[in-house]
Ligand binder design. Sequence first.
Ligand SMILES: Cc1cc2nc3c(=O)[nH]c(=O)nc-3n(C[C@H](O)[C@H](O)[C@H](O)COP(=O)(O)O)c2cc1C
Length: 325
Amino acid sequence: MAQAEFDNQAFRQALGSFTTGVTIITATAPDGTPIGLTANSFNSVSLDPPLVLWSLAKTSLSVDAFNEAEHWNVHVLSQHQQDLSNTFASRGEDKFKDISLEDGISNAPLIPDCSARFQCRNTVTHDGGDHLIFIGEVLDFDQQTLPPLVFQQGQYAMTARKPWEDVSLSSQPAAPQCSYNEDLLGYLIGRSHFQILYRMRKILDEQALEDSHFFALSVMNIQQRLTLEELNTHLDYTGHSLSEMDVDFLVRQDLIKKLDDDVYQLTSSGQEASLHHIAQAKAIEEELIEELGMGDVMALKLMLKRLINKTDPGLPDLWQEQDKK
Ligand SMILES: Cc1cc2nc3c(=O)[nH]c(=O)nc-3n(C[C@H](O)[C@H](O)[C@H](O)COP(=O)(O)O)c2cc1C
């Protein structure tokens, strides 16, 4: 391709299709100052000997210090380290100020709570256009089961693992395109909801609670004092509502009590029951993490939050500070 035709911006964009992890590379400058930057150019080179590489823009403020450094550390960031990535992608501030560094085998700073870390000795530095390519021998490494942060098309992302084969809920032949089928988003979300609620049902049954009672107790755990009308506004999107009879039932069960002014509140046993439900919901989440893996559960939560925001019919904010009644 002739030089004049080369579109730098399109080139950058095309490179962004190559999904990478995100690392922070650290070293110590000759004057003892810790240096570091966010880099996604990290890659493996060789298993035997163990070699890795990364590249540094020649415009980087730390280029001289890295050129002098005998050792550098690579930190593969985990999903909850996005803020740290942003800090190390900025110039000129004290990037290490809130970090409790750990001791490594060299003088290069070692950052905690990463998915993986590689402590390296620089073996060779190559010129690479507007970057310098550092190749290092891995002297030590460690890994934690923390799902990694991902970078794609200029944005942070999360990974959701794809099974070797497409997941199909049934082994039946595919349903005709025009009918309800197991690949409809609404069906998938609805079924997941009911199957998770099914795991709650044992403890709800023990207390003879219906779904609407469970939802009402959950709302009242967050919003302490509510009229029946207010409570039902919060429940509206579930398709459930509480009748006077339901309220009487919860009062008789000593789960809620009526205050003077038509306002209801959880009793202490109502609070205890609700805490029990929350504990069960957390236990179910732990089971799901065990079954699906932490990374997939975190990616799923992110997608569900986006979906909840997009499909919100304008509900009152359950977590908003309540007016004093
Ligand atoms: C996700 C991400 C990946 C990056 N990868 C690299 C890289 O591989 N090499 C590089 O030189 N800069 C990279 N940068 C940019 C540097 O982090 C940024 O220029 C930083 O300010 C450099 O710091 P310094 O000038 O203090 O050394 C990346 C930034 C982000 C957000």
